[in-house]
Ligand binder design. Structure first.
Ligand SMILES: *[C@@H]1O[C@H](CO)[C@@H](O)[C@H](O)[C@H]1NC(C)=O
Ligand SMILES: *[C@@H]1O[C@H](CO)[C@@H](O)[C@H](O)[C@H]1NC(C)=O
Ligand SMILES: *[C@@H]1O[C@H](CO)[C@@H](O)[C@H](O)[C@H]1NC(C)=O
Length: 340
Protein backbone atom coordinates (compact mmCIF):
# COMPACT_ATOMS: atom_id res chain seq x y z
CA UNK A 1 0.00 0.00 0.00
CA UNK A 2 1.05 3.54 -0.42
CA UNK A 3 -0.10 6.53 1.47
CA UNK A 4 -1.69 7.97 -1.57
CA UNK A 5 -2.83 11.54 -1.33
CA UNK A 6 -2.83 11.74 -5.03
CA UNK A 7 -5.05 13.45 -7.50
CA UNK A 8 -3.85 11.21 -10.25
CA UNK A 9 -5.45 8.45 -12.27
CA UNK A 10 -2.49 6.11 -11.87
CA UNK A 11 -3.30 5.77 -8.19
CA UNK A 12 -5.03 2.41 -8.46
CA UNK A 13 -2.22 0.82 -10.42
CA UNK A 14 0.45 2.20 -8.14
CA UNK A 15 -1.51 1.02 -5.10
CA UNK A 16 -1.77 -2.46 -6.54
CA UNK A 17 1.95 -2.59 -7.21
CA UNK A 18 2.75 -1.29 -3.75
CA UNK A 19 0.46 -3.82 -2.12
CA UNK A 20 2.42 -6.52 -3.90
CA UNK A 21 5.65 -4.90 -2.74
CA UNK A 22 4.57 -4.75 0.88
CA UNK A 23 3.23 -8.28 0.89
CA UNK A 24 6.53 -9.50 -0.53
CA UNK A 25 8.33 -7.94 2.44
CA UNK A 26 6.11 -8.66 5.41
CA UNK A 27 8.79 -7.78 7.97
CA UNK A 28 7.38 -6.53 11.21
CA UNK A 29 9.94 -4.52 13.10
CA UNK A 30 8.91 -2.93 16.37
CA UNK A 31 8.21 0.77 16.43
CA UNK A 32 11.14 2.89 17.55
CA UNK A 33 10.94 3.75 21.22
CA UNK A 34 12.85 6.16 23.33
CA UNK A 35 12.84 7.39 26.87
CA UNK A 36 14.20 10.79 25.98
CA UNK A 37 12.18 13.82 27.08
CA UNK A 38 10.69 16.13 24.55
CA UNK A 39 13.12 19.02 24.02
CA UNK A 40 11.70 21.99 25.86
CA UNK A 41 11.59 25.51 24.63
CA UNK A 42 13.80 26.93 27.39
CA UNK A 43 16.78 24.76 26.63
CA UNK A 44 16.40 25.29 22.92
CA UNK A 45 15.43 28.92 22.92
CA UNK A 46 18.24 29.98 20.61
CA UNK A 47 16.16 32.50 18.70
CA UNK A 48 17.37 31.86 15.20
CA UNK A 49 15.80 34.73 13.28
CA UNK A 50 17.01 33.43 9.91
CA UNK A 51 15.20 30.08 9.79
CA UNK A 52 15.63 28.09 6.60
CA UNK A 53 13.36 25.12 5.98
CA UNK A 54 13.95 22.34 3.49
CA UNK A 55 10.98 21.13 1.46
CA UNK A 56 11.26 17.67 -0.05
CA UNK A 57 10.43 17.49 -3.76
CA UNK A 58 8.80 14.51 -5.45
CA UNK A 59 8.23 12.84 -8.81
CA UNK A 60 5.73 14.76 -10.95
CA UNK A 61 2.50 13.09 -12.03
CA UNK A 62 1.89 12.71 -15.78
CA UNK A 63 -0.18 15.88 -15.94
CA UNK A 64 2.40 17.88 -14.00
CA UNK A 65 5.17 16.49 -16.19
CA UNK A 66 3.26 17.72 -19.24
CA UNK A 67 4.19 21.29 -18.27
CA UNK A 68 7.83 20.35 -17.74
CA UNK A 69 8.68 17.09 -19.51
CA UNK A 70 12.35 17.06 -18.51
CA UNK A 71 11.66 17.59 -14.82
CA UNK A 72 12.79 15.02 -12.29
CA UNK A 73 10.81 16.43 -9.39
CA UNK A 74 8.55 19.31 -8.33
CA UNK A 75 7.36 21.22 -5.28
CA UNK A 76 3.96 22.92 -5.17
CA UNK A 77 4.53 26.65 -4.58
CA UNK A 78 1.77 26.77 -1.94
CA UNK A 79 4.08 25.04 0.57
CA UNK A 80 6.85 27.55 -0.13
CA UNK A 81 4.59 30.57 0.31
CA UNK A 82 3.07 29.05 3.45
CA UNK A 83 6.47 29.05 5.15
CA UNK A 84 7.75 32.30 3.64
CA UNK A 85 4.71 34.10 5.06
CA UNK A 86 5.95 33.31 8.57
CA UNK A 87 9.49 34.56 8.08
CA UNK A 88 11.24 31.42 6.87
CA UNK A 89 13.16 30.92 3.68
CA UNK A 90 13.01 27.69 1.72
CA UNK A 91 15.56 25.30 0.30
CA UNK A 92 14.23 22.72 -2.16
CA UNK A 93 15.48 19.18 -1.55
CA UNK A 94 16.04 17.10 -4.64
CA UNK A 95 15.33 13.40 -5.02
CA UNK A 96 17.66 10.64 -6.24
CA UNK A 97 20.78 12.27 -4.78
CA UNK A 98 23.66 10.58 -2.93
CA UNK A 99 23.43 10.28 0.87
CA UNK A 100 26.17 12.91 1.22
CA UNK A 101 23.86 15.50 -0.41
CA UNK A 102 21.10 14.88 2.15
CA UNK A 103 23.57 14.98 5.03
CA UNK A 104 25.01 18.31 3.84
CA UNK A 105 21.56 19.86 3.39
CA UNK A 106 20.38 18.50 6.71
CA UNK A 107 23.28 20.12 8.55
CA UNK A 108 22.44 23.48 6.94
CA UNK A 109 18.66 23.77 7.39
CA UNK A 110 16.53 24.38 10.48
CA UNK A 111 13.58 22.13 9.73
CA UNK A 112 12.11 19.74 7.18
CA UNK A 113 8.69 19.91 5.52
CA UNK A 114 7.54 16.70 3.84
CA UNK A 115 4.66 17.79 1.60
CA UNK A 116 1.64 15.98 0.26
CA UNK A 117 1.31 14.59 -3.25
CA UNK A 118 1.10 11.29 -5.02
CA UNK A 119 4.46 9.53 -4.80
CA UNK A 120 4.95 6.00 -3.51
CA UNK A 121 6.04 5.76 0.12
CA UNK A 122 8.00 2.64 -0.67
CA UNK A 123 9.63 2.96 -4.06
CA UNK A 124 9.86 6.68 -4.92
CA UNK A 125 12.83 9.00 -4.66
CA UNK A 126 10.60 11.05 -2.33
CA UNK A 127 10.20 8.04 -0.03
CA UNK A 128 13.91 7.28 -0.08
CA UNK A 129 15.01 10.88 0.57
CA UNK A 130 12.34 11.22 3.26
CA UNK A 131 13.66 8.11 4.97
CA UNK A 132 17.27 9.36 4.95
CA UNK A 133 16.26 12.77 6.31
CA UNK A 134 13.97 11.23 8.92
CA UNK A 135 16.84 9.06 10.22
CA UNK A 136 19.14 12.08 10.33
CA UNK A 137 16.55 14.04 12.31
CA UNK A 138 16.05 11.24 14.85
CA UNK A 139 19.81 10.94 15.29
CA UNK A 140 20.28 14.71 15.65
CA UNK A 141 17.46 15.07 18.19
CA UNK A 142 18.82 12.10 20.15
CA UNK A 143 22.11 14.00 20.37
CA UNK A 144 20.44 17.17 21.66
CA UNK A 145 20.54 18.88 18.26
CA UNK A 146 16.96 20.17 18.01
CA UNK A 147 15.58 19.64 14.50
CA UNK A 148 11.83 19.85 13.74
CA UNK A 149 10.02 17.86 11.04
CA UNK A 150 6.55 18.51 9.62
CA UNK A 151 4.56 16.13 7.40
CA UNK A 152 1.43 17.15 5.48
CA UNK A 153 -0.94 14.55 3.94
CA UNK A 154 1.37 12.14 2.10
CA UNK A 155 4.14 13.52 4.34
CA UNK A 156 2.02 12.62 7.39
CA UNK A 157 1.60 9.12 5.95
CA UNK A 158 5.32 8.85 5.25
CA UNK A 159 6.14 9.78 8.85
CA UNK A 160 3.79 7.06 10.14
CA UNK A 161 5.31 4.54 7.75
CA UNK A 162 8.90 5.42 8.74
CA UNK A 163 8.16 5.47 12.48
CA UNK A 164 6.63 2.00 12.15
CA UNK A 165 9.96 0.75 10.78
CA UNK A 166 8.63 0.91 7.21
CA UNK A 167 5.42 -0.94 7.76
CA UNK A 168 2.15 0.47 6.49
CA UNK A 169 -0.88 0.52 8.80
CA UNK A 170 -3.10 2.79 6.71
CA UNK A 171 -6.56 1.70 5.76
CA UNK A 172 -8.45 2.59 2.59
CA UNK A 173 -10.88 5.47 3.05
CA UNK A 174 -12.48 8.31 1.10
CA UNK A 175 -11.79 11.87 2.12
CA UNK A 176 -10.98 13.50 -1.17
CA UNK A 177 -11.95 17.11 -1.87
CA UNK A 178 -13.59 17.21 1.54
CA UNK A 179 -13.55 20.01 4.12
CA UNK A 180 -13.74 18.76 7.69
CA UNK A 181 -13.71 19.78 11.29
CA UNK A 182 -11.21 18.52 13.85
CA UNK A 183 -12.32 16.62 16.91
CA UNK A 184 -9.64 17.33 19.50
CA UNK A 185 -8.54 14.42 21.69
CA UNK A 186 -7.63 14.90 25.37
CA UNK A 187 -3.87 15.07 24.63
CA UNK A 188 -4.37 18.15 22.43
CA UNK A 189 -4.64 20.44 25.46
CA UNK A 190 -1.16 19.49 26.69
CA UNK A 191 0.43 19.20 23.23
CA UNK A 192 3.10 21.56 21.95
CA UNK A 193 1.07 22.12 18.78
CA UNK A 194 -2.33 23.05 20.18
CA UNK A 195 -1.59 24.07 23.77
CA UNK A 196 -0.92 27.71 22.90
CA UNK A 197 -3.03 28.01 19.76
CA UNK A 198 -5.30 31.05 19.80
CA UNK A 199 -8.84 30.28 20.98
CA UNK A 200 -10.22 31.58 17.70
CA UNK A 201 -8.13 29.08 15.73
CA UNK A 202 -9.19 26.16 17.94
CA UNK A 203 -12.81 27.23 17.66
CA UNK A 204 -12.60 27.46 13.87
CA UNK A 205 -10.93 24.05 13.59
CA UNK A 206 -13.45 22.33 15.84
CA UNK A 207 -16.66 24.08 14.70
CA UNK A 208 -16.12 25.10 11.07
CA UNK A 209 -15.31 22.77 8.18
CA UNK A 210 -11.91 24.39 7.89
CA UNK A 211 -9.47 21.56 7.12
CA UNK A 212 -8.83 20.58 3.52
CA UNK A 213 -8.65 16.82 2.92
CA UNK A 214 -7.35 15.07 -0.20
CA UNK A 215 -6.59 11.50 0.72
CA UNK A 216 -7.71 7.95 0.00
CA UNK A 217 -5.86 6.39 2.94
CA UNK A 218 -6.42 6.87 6.64
CA UNK A 219 -4.74 6.04 9.95
CA UNK A 220 -7.31 4.86 12.46
CA UNK A 221 -6.84 5.16 16.23
CA UNK A 222 -7.32 1.39 16.40
CA UNK A 223 -4.33 0.83 14.10
CA UNK A 224 -2.21 3.40 15.92
CA UNK A 225 -2.65 1.30 19.03
CA UNK A 226 -2.35 -2.06 17.29
CA UNK A 227 0.91 -1.00 15.62
CA UNK A 228 2.37 0.64 18.75
CA UNK A 229 2.59 3.87 16.77
CA UNK A 230 0.73 5.48 19.67
CA UNK A 231 3.91 5.01 21.73
CA UNK A 232 5.80 7.18 19.29
CA UNK A 233 3.08 9.70 18.38
CA UNK A 234 0.21 11.14 20.35
CA UNK A 235 -2.87 11.45 18.16
CA UNK A 236 -4.18 14.96 18.89
CA UNK A 237 -7.25 15.22 16.68
CA UNK A 238 -9.45 13.19 14.35
CA UNK A 239 -11.79 13.85 11.44
CA UNK A 240 -14.28 11.62 9.62
CA UNK A 241 -14.33 10.50 6.00
CA UNK A 242 -17.27 10.33 3.56
CA UNK A 243 -18.63 7.17 5.19
CA UNK A 244 -18.16 8.32 8.77
CA UNK A 245 -14.85 6.51 9.41
CA UNK A 246 -12.91 8.35 12.12
CA UNK A 247 -9.28 8.90 11.17
CA UNK A 248 -6.30 10.52 12.88
CA UNK A 249 -5.85 14.06 11.57
CA UNK A 250 -2.95 15.34 13.71
CA UNK A 251 0.01 13.63 15.36
CA UNK A 252 2.79 14.91 17.60
CA UNK A 253 5.78 12.74 18.46
CA UNK A 254 6.06 12.06 22.18
CA UNK A 255 9.83 12.53 22.41
CA UNK A 256 10.71 14.37 19.22
CA UNK A 257 9.81 17.67 17.55
CA UNK A 258 7.92 15.87 14.80
CA UNK A 259 4.38 16.77 13.72
CA UNK A 260 2.03 15.58 11.02
CA UNK A 261 -1.38 16.58 9.69
CA UNK A 262 -3.51 14.53 7.33
CA UNK A 263 -5.13 17.71 5.98
CA UNK A 264 -3.62 20.57 3.92
CA UNK A 265 -3.27 23.83 5.89
CA UNK A 266 -1.42 25.47 2.96
CA UNK A 267 -4.38 25.04 0.56
CA UNK A 268 -6.71 27.30 2.60
CA UNK A 269 -4.51 30.25 1.72
CA UNK A 270 -2.94 29.41 -1.61
CA UNK A 271 -4.83 26.87 -3.74
CA UNK A 272 -7.74 27.96 -5.95
CA UNK A 273 -7.86 25.30 -8.68
CA UNK A 274 -11.19 25.21 -10.50
CA UNK A 275 -11.87 21.64 -9.38
CA UNK A 276 -10.88 22.17 -5.75
CA UNK A 277 -14.42 23.00 -4.78
CA UNK A 278 -14.05 22.03 -1.14
CA UNK A 279 -11.04 24.09 -0.07
CA UNK A 280 -12.12 26.39 2.78
CA UNK A 281 -11.18 30.03 2.21
CA UNK A 282 -13.16 31.75 4.99
CA UNK A 283 -11.26 34.26 7.15
CA UNK A 284 -11.21 31.77 10.02
CA UNK A 285 -10.01 28.88 7.85
CA UNK A 286 -7.21 31.00 6.37
CA UNK A 287 -6.05 32.06 9.86
CA UNK A 288 -6.18 28.44 11.03
CA UNK A 289 -4.12 27.28 8.02
CA UNK A 290 -1.50 29.91 8.75
CA UNK A 291 -1.40 29.03 12.44
CA UNK A 292 0.26 25.71 11.59
CA UNK A 293 2.96 27.46 9.55
CA UNK A 294 3.51 29.95 12.37
CA UNK A 295 3.93 27.08 14.81
CA UNK A 296 6.33 25.11 12.64
CA UNK A 297 8.49 28.11 11.74
CA UNK A 298 8.68 29.00 15.45
CA UNK A 299 10.07 25.50 16.04
CA UNK A 300 12.62 25.95 13.24
CA UNK A 301 13.84 29.10 15.02
CA UNK A 302 15.18 26.80 17.74
CA UNK A 303 17.59 25.05 15.36
CA UNK A 304 21.14 26.28 14.99
CA UNK A 305 22.04 24.57 11.73
CA UNK A 306 23.39 26.88 9.06
CA UNK A 307 25.15 26.98 5.73
CA UNK A 308 28.88 27.61 5.86
CA UNK A 309 28.58 30.99 4.15
CA UNK A 310 26.05 33.43 2.79
CA UNK A 311 27.19 32.52 -0.70
CA UNK A 312 26.54 28.83 -0.11
CA UNK A 313 23.15 29.62 1.44
CA UNK A 314 22.16 31.68 -1.59
CA UNK A 315 23.14 28.91 -3.98
CA UNK A 316 20.65 26.52 -2.29
CA UNK A 317 17.67 28.83 -1.72
CA UNK A 318 14.46 28.49 -3.76
CA UNK A 319 15.08 31.92 -5.35
CA UNK A 320 17.34 30.15 -7.83
CA UNK A 321 14.14 28.72 -9.38
CA UNK A 322 10.95 30.27 -10.73
CA UNK A 323 7.48 28.90 -10.09
CA UNK A 324 5.48 27.93 -13.17
CA UNK A 325 1.71 28.17 -13.61
CA UNK A 326 0.29 24.63 -13.40
CA UNK A 327 -3.36 25.47 -12.71
CA UNK A 328 -4.25 24.57 -16.32
CA UNK A 329 -3.09 20.93 -16.05
CA UNK A 330 -3.39 20.14 -12.35
CA UNK A 331 -6.39 21.01 -10.27
CA UNK A 332 -4.20 20.59 -7.20
CA UNK A 333 -1.49 23.17 -7.65
CA UNK A 334 -1.78 26.65 -9.13
CA UNK A 335 1.97 27.15 -9.25
CA UNK A 336 4.85 24.70 -8.99
CA UNK A 337 8.62 24.62 -8.97
CA UNK A 338 10.32 22.06 -11.20
CA UNK A 339 13.78 20.57 -10.73
CA UNK A 340 15.93 18.84 -13.30
C1 LIG B 1 -4.87 -1.71 9.98
O1 LIG B 1 -3.75 -1.85 9.14
C2 LIG B 1 -3.85 -2.88 8.17
C3 LIG B 1 -2.54 -2.95 7.42
O2 LIG B 1 -1.50 -3.35 8.28
C4 LIG B 1 -5.02 -2.62 7.26
O3 LIG B 1 -5.14 -3.67 6.33
C5 LIG B 1 -6.28 -2.49 8.06
O4 LIG B 1 -7.33 -2.10 7.22
C6 LIG B 1 -6.14 -1.46 9.17
N1 LIG B 1 -7.30 -1.50 10.01
C7 LIG B 1 -7.87 -0.42 10.51
C8 LIG B 1 -9.09 -0.64 11.35
O5 LIG B 1 -7.43 0.70 10.32
C1 LIG C 1 -0.27 25.26 -19.09
O1 LIG C 1 0.43 26.44 -18.76
C2 LIG C 1 1.84 26.32 -18.86
C3 LIG C 1 2.45 27.59 -18.31
O2 LIG C 1 1.92 28.72 -18.97
C4 LIG C 1 2.23 26.05 -20.30
O3 LIG C 1 3.63 25.87 -20.38
C5 LIG C 1 1.53 24.78 -20.76
O4 LIG C 1 1.76 24.58 -22.14
C6 LIG C 1 0.02 24.87 -20.54
N1 LIG C 1 -0.55 23.55 -20.83
C7 LIG C 1 -1.75 23.39 -21.40
C8 LIG C 1 -2.19 21.98 -21.64
O5 LIG C 1 -2.46 24.34 -21.70
C1 LIG D 1 -11.41 19.53 -13.78
O1 LIG D 1 -12.37 18.49 -13.83
C2 LIG D 1 -12.87 18.25 -15.14
C3 LIG D 1 -14.01 17.27 -15.03
O2 LIG D 1 -13.63 16.13 -14.31
C4 LIG D 1 -11.70 17.76 -16.01
O3 LIG D 1 -12.16 17.54 -17.32
C5 LIG D 1 -10.59 18.82 -16.03
O4 LIG D 1 -9.48 18.32 -16.70
C6 LIG D 1 -10.19 19.18 -14.60
N1 LIG D 1 -9.28 20.31 -14.67
C7 LIG D 1 -8.05 20.26 -14.16
C8 LIG D 1 -7.23 21.51 -14.32
O5 LIG D 1 -7.58 19.28 -13.60
Amino acid sequence: MSGMCSHFGLAALVLYLLTVDVLANPRSIPVQRTTRLHPNSIRYNVNNNRPIIGILSQEPSKSMASVSPESVSYIAASYVKWLEGQGARVVPIRINQPDSYYKAIFNSINGLLIPGGGASLVTSGYGRAGSILYDLSIEANNNGDFFPVWGTCLGFELLLYLSAAKKNYLTSCESYNRASTLKFLPDASTSHLYQRAPDGVLKTLSKEKSTSNFHHWCMTRENMTMSNLDKFYRPLATSTDDSGLEFVATIEAVNYPIWGVQFHPEKNVYEWGANLTSVPHSPGAVKAGLYFADFFVSQARKSQHRFSSRREEESYLIYNYSPVYTGNVSSSFLQSYFFY
